[in-house]
Every structure is written in C-alpha cells, then in structure tokens.
Design a protein around this ligand. Sequence first.
Ligand code: NAD
Length: 369
Amino acid sequence: MLIPVDLQGRGYPIHVVDGDLSLLGAAMAAVLPTGPVAVVTNPVVGALYLDAALQSTAAAGFQPFAVEIPDGERHKTVQTWARLVDDLLAAGLRRTTPVVALGGGVTGDITGFAAASALRGVPLVQVPTSLLAMVDSAVGGKTGVNTRLGKNQVGAFYQPRLVYAAIQTLHTLQPAELRSGLGEVIKHGVLADPALFELCEAQADASRHMRSEAPLSDAVLGEMVARSCRVKANIVGSDERESGLRAVLNLGHTVGHAVETAAGYGALRHGECVAIGLVAETRWAVSRGACDAGLASRIEHAVRALGLPVDPPPLRRLDLERAVGYDKKAARGMLSTAVVERIGAVHLESIDLQELPHMLSHLSGLLET
Ligand SMILES: NC(=O)c1ccc[n+]([C@@H]2O[C@H](COP(=O)([O-])OP(=O)(O)OC[C@H]3O[C@@H](n4cnc5c(N)ncnc54)[C@H](O)[C@@H]3O)[C@@H](O)[C@H]2O)c1
C-alpha cells in the first residue's frame, strides 16, 4: 500500500508492505539515483535485518555500506549523533549519498538528525522496524536527540525521501514494544479515524478471548499502520512545522509526558504513557462538557483490552505538576491542547496553565505527599 505525504514539492511516499525488506531497494531506486548508500542500524536490529537491507539495496543497483550506532534511548544523545556524523563522513558520505535509518524510533530520530546536518543535508530514507516508529516517528520529519535538560531538545524538521514499513519485521518485536506502538494507534483512531478505533476495539475483544501476548495478524497490523500513517500524513501535510493543527497529535501527551518524566525515563514505555494520558485527558474533556462519559469508558476499554495501562503507578502529585511545567507560584500563560469531542473529532483549545492540575487530577491513585 502506498500513502502519499503531500508537502508542496517535498512530498514523499510511505510504503506499507505485507512482506519483508526484499523490495526496499526497488522502492528506493524509484525515487533516488543509484550509487553508494549508508545503512545505519543498531546491533539488535542489525543482527536481524541488516543483511536483508544490504542485499535488497545492492540488488537494485546501490552500493550499500553499514554504519552502527548503539541501541536504546540512553544513547539518543548529542555524542551518538556527533559520532555517527563522523563515521558517515569517514566512510565517504557525499551530498548525494542517501542515509537509511533501519530500526525503531531511536535509530530513526538520531539518523534523521545526522542526515539533516551532515554536509547540510543528505537524502534520508526511513525504514521503521518497531510499531511505534511505523505509526508515528518515521512519518512527519521530526528528528533529534536528547540533552541533559530533556527529550528531543536538539533536532531539526527534516523530511525523508521515502518511508518503507515492512510489516513482517514486527514478528521479532518484543510484545511490550508492540503494545507501546498500539498506544499511538489508538490515539490516531481517536483523533481522526473512527474505523481505525473500531479496528482497535475489535482486536481488544479478540485478545480478551485468546489471552495471547501478540494476537494481532499481519493483515490487522498492516491496516493499523496504513491508517495511522494516513492520519499523520494528512495532519503533517497541512501543518509541517507545528504552527497550529499539528499540535492535535499531542493528544494524550500533556499528561503522558508528565507521567513518563515523574515515573523516571525507562520505567514505562512511551506508548504506555500516551495511553494513560489519553484516558486521563478524555476524562478531563468529559468534566468540561466537551464529550460524554460513555466516550471515556469506550476509550478506557480499548486501552485496557489491548494490554495497555489505564492508570499510572503510584506517583506524587507534586512531581507530576513539576513534570508538566506547572509551578503554583509561577503558573501563567496558555497552553494549546487537544480536546476530544467524539471518536474521530478533536479540537485545539488554548487553556490556562492553571487548568493543568485539574487535568492531572483525572489520573487515579495520585499520592498527595
Ligand atoms: N520523531 C518523532 O516524530 C517521534 C514520535 C514519537 C516517538 N519518537 C521517539 O521514538 C523513540 C521510541 O521509539 P521506539 O519505541 O521504536 O523505541 P526503540 O527505537 O528504542 O525500539 C525499541 C526496542 O526495540 C528494538 N527493535 C526495533 N525494531 C525491532 C524489531 N523489528 N525486532 C526486534 N527488536 C526491534 C530496538 O532496537 C529497541 O531495543 C523515542 O526516542 C521517542 O522520542 C519520535
């Protein structure tokens, strides 16, 4: 399946394929001239898929070479980025040499930023291999690394020339990582695609009966990825640099990021925090009369039954308020936030920062001391 991202002259295709990486090279050759190509990956994904990526690109006429970066969020740093740029240049990178990011969101974000900055920009190809990367991070052009002061503090908007999501690569993904991606899939359904949300609900019912760790078929995963990419592509196509509408993609993230930070990075996966945030922010929307209580229970049911958490672990209210950027003495100003109306419809609202503690109070089990 081919999903276009429409960006006035810089548009690109997203391929969502039922199979493996064997047609990656052909898809690249359709949009890029053949020649040397750098394939960047980490040891975990490299052990599984590097050979396939090298073979496929070579068969299409490219001369691929591999560059390795370390695995894991703790390596998503300025140091890893700088080292990668050095390694690419040392391997003979030219302005025309495409760089392929083969891996999850961490690999995609670091490699994307290296492609944006090395030689002031070389062609980038995103080959996401985690569900979260397929449905979210590989699409839309946000790249970057973390600094001591926070996540994604250094980076660039830099669009790829092609995204290639091969559904079969998800077979080797840990079930917990798969569930994390499902958090963003549910969010996309709530945002803009009722049929996608219903697909999630249907799987939720199936997984309850099967009690299986990974009950989703390739066909269902393929449809989830394609529908999510379409939702994100439409939003990014109308607001590439988040000057307005793109902020709806942050649904669930105001509370989700606070939970992620207060729990300590690594304690919960990103998609789990988004699921917790989605539930709390919908309960908050109910309390403001934006939607009815039935909607909050419907979302909660889908989240729970897909194996994602609805409530955070015990967290201190004060830590969450700090994490969300709220300080009782200094809270001034407004925040643009997505408010759910019904499945498939949200609107952006500018809310007073004083509202944040109310939003957080819709999380269960907060500790007051
Ligand atoms: N750029 C954006 O718009 C955007 C959006 C959302 C999230 N992100 C970023 O994405 C990152 C999270 O991405 P993630 O959840 O993919 O994490 P990740 O890249 O750390 O991948 C999770 C783990 O799964 C492994 N893995 C990946 N694919 C695999 C496969 N097919 N088989 C076996 N193992 C595999 C990875 O090596 C890693 O160990 C965060 O840094 C987040 O900030 C970026």
